[in-house]
Design a protein around this ligand. Structure first.
Ligand SMILES: O=C(O)[C@H](CCc1ccccc1)CC1(C(=O)N[C@@H](Cc2c[nH]c3ccccc23)C(=O)O)CCCC1
Ligand SMILES: [Zn+2]
Length: 313
């Protein structure tokens, strides 16, 4: 029997019901989406389970009746599809390599694992310990954050240390929130999966980085050692500065989320390189805004002002 696209239903991490694109192959259903443009060159979205171990990718998930109850898997699969759709429809990019590469996710990585990551080949999600986190694939901004690391790796290649690393982190937070597209005035990151017992908190805030221990201005830049303990020079800490710059830009009257996303994406993919510093990101986003909207446009002016407001340029 050949592959045939099927539509299943599943329950997500937060208990919501979702429609899933699955593959009815050889009598069973596979957690494999073969409906996207990427499939014309063999690309698919596939979701696996590590069965609480650390061997990757683990086992491709199957189901007998196309009603899916593995909540972490349902959301990893559904949110990978949403992220693919955003990049394809809004930014004209066909998967992270722009050549329709398969998007592979693994859930139930290890035990009580309070984190998620892109390992250079695929997305990997822990289930959290139920206190610090719930299953991390339950947040669209987290899923899009991880997939954007893959995009950055294939384009600017910003090295994961010091200022380039903080830019790498920031582009993942920015695209993560743009893909999630919530009406969240605080532009939070990871709010759906952090501390399930506490409402209203998050991992990071782009509107007020200080709320979660991040600097929001160059005069608060944290010079940390380029070691694991130093978060590789504070890539998850100093990202608060470019995050705040983006927040100031996107909340400028007259600036739309779509146009802000196009500018940041064009800077990432056309102008930034491995060792770009914050000042280079300022220049790249001004250039991208100029390319797209003109030298004296509202966009170009607002970008310059946004970076100036965090002490860059
Ligand atoms: O993609 C990333 O930047 C993070 C990848 C972290 C990682 C890297 C290498 C191997 C393992 C894990 C994962 C995320 C992150 O920002 N992690 C932060 C914060 C964090 C999450 N869980 C933690 C547990 C302990 C300390 C910090 C954390 C970090 O690892 O710093 C991104 C969105 C949500 C989780
Ligand atoms: Zn990251």
């Amino acid at each position: 029997v050949n592959h045939a696209a099927a539509t299943g239903t599943g329950t997500g991490v937060l208990g919501d019901t979702k429609t899933l694109n699955t593959d009815s192959y050889s009598g069973g259903y596979y957690l494999r989406d073969i409906t996207k443009p990427m499939y014309s060159t063999g690309g698919k979205i596939e979701t696996y389970t590590a069965n609480y171990g650390t061997a990757l990718p683990g086992t491709l998930l199957t189901d007998a009746d196309n009603v899916w109850t593995d909540r972490a898997a349902v959301d990893a699969h559904y949110y990978a599809g949403k992220t693919y759709d955003f990049y394809y429809n809004k930014l004209g990019r066909n998967s992270f390599d722009n050549r329709g590469a398969t998007l592979k996710s693994t859930v139930h990585y290890s035990r009580n694992y309070n984190n998620a990551f892109w390992n250079g080949t695929q997305m990997v999600y822990g289930d959290g310990d139920g206190s610090q986190f719930t299953s991390l694939s339950g947040a669209l901004d987290v899923v899009a954050h991880e997939i954007t690391h893959a995009v950055t790796e294939r384009t600017a290649g910003l090295v994961y240390e010091n200022q380039p690393g903080a830019l790498n982190e920031s582009f993942s937070d920015v695209l993560g929130n743009l893909v999630e597209n919530k009406n969240d005035p605080k532009w939070l990151l990871g709010e759906d999966v952090t501390t399930p017992g506490i409402a209203g908190d998050a991992l990071r805030s782009m509107s007020n980085p200080n709320e979660y221990g991040q600097p929001g201005h160059m005069n608060e830049y944290q010079n940390l050692p380029n070691t694991r303990e130093g978060d590789w020079g504070g890539v998850h800490i100093n990202s608060g500065i470019p995050n705040k710059a983006f927040y100031n830009f996107v909340t400028t009257p007259g600036i739309t989320k779509d146009n802000a996303g196009k500018i940041w994406y064009r800077a990432l993919t056309q102008y930034l390189t491995s060792y770009s510093q914050f000042i280079d990101a300022r220049n790249a986003t001004i250039q991208a805004a100029t390319d797209l909207f003109g030298a004296n446009s509202l966009e170009a002016t607002a970008v310059a002002n946004a970076w100036a407001s965090v002490g860059v340029g």
